[in-house]
Design a protein around this ligand. Structure first.
Ligand code: 3PG
Length: 395
């Protein structure tokens, strides 16, 4: 961004790709439950605004199918962004259409405009280079410079992340720079002992990262829905818990390669239904009743995980330990998060649900070394994959 400021941005139109893909309250779809991703891009927007730029922000929200869908409008995000910036944000009712063009033309120096959801346009996510390119041409036509500060989306080869960079002078925002620096440090030179905590529902989503990290870590602690496929691979019955039957053999292979470094829960909170008011008990991980499903790790597992975490100099955590959104099943995630905040070392929370859990459970954010805004993006970085949004900025 300093390089861009050196160009002189006053009165110039700057397109900023942000990741404003925030969660909403299911009961009240206009209420944002975690505005962390909006806050994370504020420094870049404020810097540009204060330098007199005409700032055009674009983002995706959810996964609409390439056409306008009121369920995924960014309008409530524009309101929240305006509140956080201390000035109302202009909102365009389309992304590159007449409303966006008129609003971009009418922008005053230091004003901020948010375009409607990028994914209301089929070209944004198209696999066809020409279709994506045509949409990128329209986006690029709105501005003179491009800043990518959407770390959460850098793993997507989408028009606004990848193709626009080839069409405008391009710059990395401060958030993208910080995220990449932190993840590079954790990937290339983690101080030992290095402990990774993984949760979330599916082993299949985390398989590549487990394979990439296993040779590097001292301990890999596994909780969340994915632990049940590992427990099954150890020969335990898991009742009605989440299970990926086709991954059982893979989990057995991972356990045999890991030489004791994969640590599984020793107890779980087992419930008779997936509901906040379900009957539930703590049971041993090898004695889950046939009619129950595990919705959290139990207290003995929290103590076991906390001990491993407490001895670490580097911790990377991705994925909740249980269904933290339902109060009876939040203790595992809370316990692990609190243990991470106490380490005498460097910790990274790998975005997505784990970052949302930190904030919704009210855990002191200052206890973590870094809270990433990218769930999938940070995992793909750790897997060693090339990230299209980062390579586009480097070229
Ligand atoms: C995320 O939530 O991880 C990012 O916003 C990317 O969203 P996507 O997985 O729908 O591309």
């Amino acid at each position: 961004l300093d390089d861009l400021l050196g160009e002189g941005v006053s009165g110039r139109r700057v397109l900023v790709r942000a990741d404003l893909n925030v969660p909403f309250d299911k009961a009240d779809p206009s209420r944002i439950t975690d505005d962390g991703r909006i806050r994370a891009v504020l420094p870049t927007l404020i810097t540009l605004r204060d330098a007199g730029a005409r700032v055009i922000v674009c983002s995706h929200l959810g996964r609409p199918k390439g056409a306008p869908d009121p369920k995924y409008t960014l309008a409530p995000v524009a309101t929240r962004l305006g509140e956080l910036l201390g000035n109302p944000v202009v909102f365009a009712e389309d992304t590159v259409g007449p409303s966006a063009k008129a609003a971009a033309d009418a922008l005053l120096d230091g004003q901020v405009l948010l375009l409607e959801n990028l994914r209301f346009n089929a070209g944004e996510t198209s696999k066809d280079d020409a279709e994506r390119g045509a949409f990128a041409d329209e986006l690029a036509g709105l501005a003179e410079f491009y800043v990518d500060d959407a770390f959460g989306a850098v793993h997507r080869k989408h028009a606004s992340v990848y193709d626009v960079a080839a069409r405008l002078p391009h710059y990395a925002g401060g958030l993208v720079l910080t995220e990449v620096e932190v993840l590079r440090k954790v990937t290339e030179t983690p101080e030992q002992p290095y402990v990774v905590v993984l949760g979330g529902s599916k082993v299949s989503d985390k398989l590549a990262v487990i394979q990439a990290l296993l040779p590097k870590v001292d301990k890999l602690l596994v909780g969340g829905g994915m632990c049940f496929t590992f427990l099954k691979a150890q020969g335990h019955e898991v009742g009605k818990s989440l299970l990926e039957a086709e991954m059982i053999d893979t989990c057995a292979d991972l356990l045999s390669q890991a030489d004791g470094r994969i640590v599984l829960p020793v107890d779980v909170v087992a419930a008779d239904a997936f509901a906040a008011d379900a009957a539930h008990d703590v049971v041993a991980a090898d004695a889950i009743p046939a009619d129950r499903l595990g919705l959290d790790i139990g207290p003995a597992s929290v103590a076991l995980f906390a001990e491993a975490i407490g001895s670490a100099k580097t911790v990377f955590w991705n994925g909740p330990m249980g269904v933290f959104e339902l109060a009876p099943f939040a203790a595992g995630t809370r316990g692990v998060a609190e243990a991470i905040t106490k380490i005498d070392g460097f910790s990274v929370v790998g975005g997505g649900d784990s970052a949302a859990a930190v904030r919704t459970l009210g855990i002191d954010e200052s206890g973590f070394g870094h809270i990433s805004t990218g769930g999938g993006a940070s995992l793909e970085y750790l897997e060693g994959k090339s990230l299209p949004g980062v390579s586009a900025l480097e070229s």
